[in-house]
Design a protein around this ligand. Structure first.
Ligand SMILES: NC(=O)c1ccc[n+]([C@@H]2O[C@H](COP(=O)([O-])OP(=O)(O)OC[C@H]3O[C@@H](n4cnc5c(N)ncnc54)[C@H](OP(=O)(O)O)[C@@H]3O)[C@@H](O)[C@H]2O)c1
Length: 251
């Protein structure tokens, strides 16, 4: 399913919503945080590096948008106890959660399987696939307390069509697609809507690492994709569920 790329954000569209974004300190995660805060949502910014999280937080405040919440957590090493603590914190402060955006990911390395670094394989699957599983499991009770909630998994074309040398990254994104579909069926009769989204190419650190020789000025910035994520959080789009989404190229 193709979703619009030209949604114009209105301040107040997401007033009263509490939405958690992983990898919120830079790239698409930061662009999404800014647009959600602009639409009036309280964003729980999860990231592993407190310094860059604080820098990103200041950026949201400087723009005059809704004050976000910082939540430092390294998704590679996080334990069930850490996720329980996060659940307890959100319960105490907000009682519910309206959105969970699984954005954080690492590229791993571009390498043939017979040479792929085994530790990096485990790290990539941990951050890109197992952490979203645990985070989802611990936050479903809070999403169930919302009258209209969303879970969005950032995927990739490498998660929909296998390609040589994408190794653990491609496998993790295929896993995310399967996880999203499984979860959407399990939550069919709830108020939680679950989808995966391939945002398309974006000029972020991940893209520059994968394509170092590319002229990044010709690649769209993450700020051109984040309004589509806000669009998916809108109450009027609660009928979008169980879909593999892509963003329209021209709109
Ligand atoms: N860029 C593209 O062209 C493209 C295309 C298709 C899909 N995507 C997908 O879009 C999403 C965002 O990608 P991006 O391009 O914005 O990537 P990015 O610029 O590399 O940002 C990745 C984010 O994930 C965070 N992260 C990595 N490991 C983490 C960990 N252990 N714990 C917590 N946070 C961690 C990073 O935090 P640190 O700053 O601490 O590293 C950073 O905030 C990803 O899911 C990616 O697969 C991207």
């Amino acid at each position: 399913m193709i979703i619009p790329s030209s949604y114009e954000i209105n301040e107040g569209d997401l007033e009263g919503k509490v939405i958690l974004v992983t990898g919120a300190n830079r790239g698409l995660g930061l662009a999404t945080t800014i647009d959600l805060a602009r639409a009036g949502a309280i964003v729980i910014m999860l990231g592993r590096d407190i310094g860059s999280l604080e820098y990103a937080y200041d950026k949201v405040l400087d723009l005059g948008y809704k004050e976000p919440i910082l939540y430092p957590l390294d998704l590679e090493g996080a334990t069930p106890e850490d996720y329980q603590e996060l659940q307890d914190n959100i319960t105490t402060n907000f009682e519910k959660l309206d959105g969970l955006i699984h954005n954080a990911a690492i590229l791993g390395t571009m390498m043939p399987i017979d040479q792929y670094d085994i530790r990096l394989w485990y790290s990539t699957l941990q951050i890109n696939l197992s952490a979203p599983f645990m985070l989802t499991q611990f936050l479903i009770p809070l999403l169930n307390k919302s009258e209209d909630a969303r879970i969005l998994f950032l995927s990739s074309e490498q998660g929909r069509e296998a390609k040589a040398y994408w190794g653990a990254y491609g496998v993790s994104k295929f896993g995310i697609e399967g996880f999203s579909k499984t979860l959407s069926e399990e939550l069919e009769k709830t108020h939680i809507k679950v989808n995966s989204l391939d945002p398309g190419h974006m000029s972020t650190e991940m893209r520059r690492t994968a394509y170092p020789a590319e002229d990044s000025s010709k690649i769209p910035p993450p700020e051109s994709k984040s309004p589509s994520i806000v669009y998916l959080m809108l109450p009027e789009n609660s009928d979008i569920h169980g879909q593999q989404l892509t963003i329209a190229k021209l709109d």
